[in-house]
Structures are given as C-alpha cells and as structure tokens.
Design a protein around this ligand. Sequence first.
Ligand code: ATP
Ligand code: MG
Length: 639
Amino acid sequence: MSETYYIGLGKNDSNLRKKADSDFASFWNEQAKKLTWFSPWHQTLEWKYPFAKWFVGGKINASYNALDVHQKTRANKPAILWEGENRESRIITYGEMFTQVQKLSNVLKSLGVQKGDRVTIYLPMIPELPIAMLACARIGAIHTVVFSGFSSTSIRDRIMDSKSKIIITADGGYRRGNVVKLKEVIDDAIKDCDFIQHVIVVERAKNAITMNSTDKLWSDLMKDVPDSCYAERLDSTHPLYILYTSGTTGKPKGVLHGTGGYLTHLHSTFKWAFDIKDSDIFFCTADIGWVTGHSYVVYAPLLHGATQVIYEGAPDYPDASRMWSILQKHHVTIFYTTPTALRMFMKFGDDIPNSFDLSSLRLLGTVGEPINPEVWKWYFKTIGKEKCPIIDTWWQTETGGMIISPLPGLETIRLKPGSGTRPIPGVDVAVVDDIGNIVPPNTKGYLVIKNPWPGMLLTLWNDDAKYSSVYWSKYKNFYYSGDYALKDDDGYFWLLGRADDVLKVAGHRIGTAELESCIVSHKDVAEAAACGIPDDVKGEVIIAFVVLKHGIIKDVNILENEIVDKIRSNIGAIATPKQIYFVSKLPKTRSGKIMRRLLKSIGNNEQIGDVTTLEDGTAVTEVKAAFDEIQKSIRDKSK
Ligand code: ATP
Ligand code: MG
C-alpha cells in the first residue's frame, strides 16, 4: 500500500487548505462567488440537522451559468463533440446549445410545464439529452433522467415516484449495433399513468413508432418556437433534479439536488481535480443517466465553458479499440472512466491501445468503484504512458460531486495506486468505528462526512424520514456514507468497498476491495468479486468469483493454488476463500458495478432479489450455473 507513484501538477497553496480547515462555510462562501448570481445570498449555510441549505436567499440559474455566461466569448467554441455509435458525428457549439435550450424551454412552457414540475427524460447519449436537462433547469422544472438501458418496469417505478407530467424520449437508441426501441418501452411503462400529459419524441434511430394522443415529435415542436427564453431567477435551494441511485445495495433512492450549492461544488472540483483549461478536450465515459454524467458531463464542463466528447454507444463496439480511436480522433487531453471499463480494456491486452496515438492525454481519472492497484498501474503505464496523473475520485449520487480525490489543478501530491488520497478542501471526512469514534490510522472503519458540504443532497424525494434514517441515524451529526475505508499514516484514504459487503471471518473484518485487488494482481486475472456466505463452523466463509483475461488457458487447480498463495502472502491465511469459482463474467449493475449481494444470494442458494438494475441478465445465470456446477463436483468428490 505504501507504493509511491506520481507527483501532481498543481502549485501548493497551503493557505487555501488552511482557510478551508479553519472555517469551511466561509471558504465555500468564497468559492460560490465564482458563479454568476442574479442576487447574492444573505446566509452561507443554514444547518438544521440533518437538512442543509446553502447560499440562502441567493438567486441563480444552472442553465444561465452553463450557457448564457459563455455567449460573448465562446459562442463558436464546441461544447460537445458527439460520436454516434454508428459513426455519425456532430459538433454542437455553445451558441447552438444556447439556441436549442431556449427553444426547448419555450416548448416546455407552451406545454404547461411550470417551475417545480418534474420532467422525466429517457434518452440515449445524444446531444438532446443535455439540452433537455438545461431547458428544464432554465425554467425551474425538476429533471429526472432515467438511464436509457432501463426496462419499462424500472422506468414506471421512477415515473410513479416523481409524478412527472412530461416525458422526453427518443424513437430508439443504438446499443451494440441494435436499435433499442425506447418509445415502445415508454408506451409500456406509462400505460396506466393518467397524470402524464405529453410525451416528446426525438427521432434518433428513425425506427417505426406508434404516435399516441399524448405524443409530439421534438422536431415539430422546435420548428416555429421563439429562440429566446429568459432564465428563471431561482432560489439557490431550488431543486435542480431527482436522480435515482444505481441500486448496488438495494432499491434505488430518489436523491434530490439543489442548485447554488451543487453548482458551487461542481465548479470548484472540476477546476481542482481536472485542472481544466480552455484548450482541453475532456472526455468522461459515464452515461448521463448516472450522477457522474449529471455532474461531470453536463453541469461541470459547461460551467467552465469546456469542450467535451460525448459518445453514444458501448465502449467495446464494434470492437475493443473504439475508445482509443475516439481519444485519438479528438486529441482528448483528460479522460475520466470507471474501474469496470478499465478492467475490460485491460482484459483485451495492451496491443490495442498501443496501436493508437494517445499522446494528447495529460490527465486520467476514475470513479465508481475502488480501483484495484493493478488496474491503476495498467492505466498509468499503458494509457497514460507514465506521464499522466490519475485522479481516483470517491463520491456518491448523494454527495453531488467529488469528496475524496487528488487535485492536480490545486496542489502537488504523491499518488498511491488504489487510494483517492485526501478529501477536497472544505469537506471534513473521517473513518469511525461502530459507535462513531475516530479510529487510529490504518484501522478499518466506516467513512463519514462530519460537516454539511455544498453538493450535499437536499433530501430523498418525498421522503424526509428515509433521508434521515439512511444517512443520519447511524451516527449523531455525521453523514453515513455506507462505505468501508481506512486512513493511512500519511492521511490518505483507502476505500475498501461497501460496509454491507464487508467480509467478517473469525472476528476479522476484510474489505471486499482488499481481497479482490489481491486476486486481480494475479497476472491472468481480469476481474474478481468476493462475498461472504454463512458457515456452520466459522460463522462466515469467503467465496470468490474470478474472470480470467482473454485467451488464458490454464489448469484451474494450478490457478486456484497460485491465487490462494497470493492471498496468504499479501493479506493472510484468514482471507483464504473457501472456494474460488472461475466464471466468464460477473453480475453488474447498469452503472457497471459488481453486485455482490447477488453473488451472496447465489452462494446462499437464495432467491435472487431485485435485479432491475442489472446490466446483463445472463451474467447471473452464468454465475449461478458455474456455482451449481462446482457444488456438484464438490458433492461428487465427497461421495
Ligand atoms: P445504491 O446507493 O443504490 O446502492 P450506488 O451506491 O452504487 O447505489 P452511486 O451513488 O452511483 O450508487 O455510487 C456511489 C458508490 O460508488 C460509493 O458509495 C462507493 O461505494 C462507490 N464508489 C464511487 N467512487 C468510488 C471510488 N473512487 N473508490 C471506491 N468506491 C467508489
Ligand atoms: Mg450508494
């Protein structure tokens, strides 16, 4: 864990951290002034535990800060370099975005959308998606984007919860060369939702659709509508959006974010973490349907007037070189992706990225899951050619923006593969035990946030009670993140996986991330997932599921022994899995995270619960089949 890798880019301004540490509210007060406000706030923070209001009394508009402010200087600068999966491409300038957004705002108004109304957006990764979000923000409507890979049941649940009157969707979207018929999914989802007044349909894939009485084509609506629409002067605490979490641990929660605090958090972190410059070409691979897409595809880059690449399709379609060819084509300078995508790229081998010119890259980032040190090093060497710092950014839908991350745009810091390093200035993070005492360095515990921060969620939609109980009841006055972590001697944070997933073996607590990273450090392993299952003797035993790299043909008994040796020498015999199962893929959420609770159910022979957020149903079947097969061979052996 002590391996030292890289020095960041920034010049240290110890004053800034000092200011933040001595008075976090006045520190954020200064940062908020970097945005454009219609009128100033009279109170920086109103903290009525557990509800925080930032910049109270201030008037602001997200769409104004994303677009209007750039019109004098950047109207002809590309905001979006869009790559369709089918190799279509589009360039949308700040000027064009501005016009489109204002027109759509007028359309929404003409359809009766008012401040505070919810608008559900179910669109593929096309420019109309950020345009729709900004059009809502402009008039104070609350957008609720639902990831376009969801089924009609999932979308129906979310529409029922948010009670949107309007839905914006597309005829279809491309995924791995196929057309996903989004409009059909919506038709099915809203069959009995009589509160829906209009469905606006973008024609993306030009597949045949049925137009019902509520339906209107985007292109028709946008034809003759005026192209200027003023931005509402909204309270800083006005809700900007509802976004449902990815559902790794259970049923998704409807996280509600405000405006002024959220934008301040994004504006600051985008500058500090990505060191953004006007000349950069930024590329974040997250789908806008997840919080990373909301914060670091839509709002943060636009606040800074940055140019970014948006890619519509699957990262490995039509082949494993797609990402690298996009990076090369657009001379991407900053690349932000997920450990799960990196593990996939790594599985395909080095020859593919090595055959592209990636020399424009200067900074790399990762988010979404703990990154295995082995994968970090691969990213650093093979993609960054040992010259790009990697920012491992820890945050959640609930936090709105980054909480723990190296900040090369702000300061110089040594990186350690697998650690998010330190919290951002103005946010106080700690690792505590079960009763809330801060644990000594190098001791595992629960990650908490000790003070309110600007990007903090307002509440859970329509459910203040659940908000209080999920995040603020385990500890008095600390925000409970639900993640397991440790802080090392240098004050660096290591995220060790979900607290619910912690492996408890014979009184020891082992983070899933620690064990999985150890397994992934075996040269033939691409991915691993560990979980605990009950055991009569030991209380709980560990089982592990392992995916090998492409083209590995090796005796599984030899592999198993090698992996076990690695675990014994790196972590200790205590962490030895009772069984290792070799499978071809792992069950993942739609946002690409390993769903350990599902593996646990399979390991326990239980009914598999809510799988509506699962990426690929066959992965569950496959894991279960692999498990059944091995169970059988164990039984056969012991006969
Ligand atoms: P749900 O809350 O419904 O189970 P989710 O937690 O997967 O879904 P998100 O808010 O998208 O939904 O994900 C946040 C979580 O992702 C964090 O709590 C953490 O477990 C994990 N995570 C994000 N970034 C990192 C990172 N850099 N290192 C380690 N873990 C990370
Ligand atoms: Mg979560």
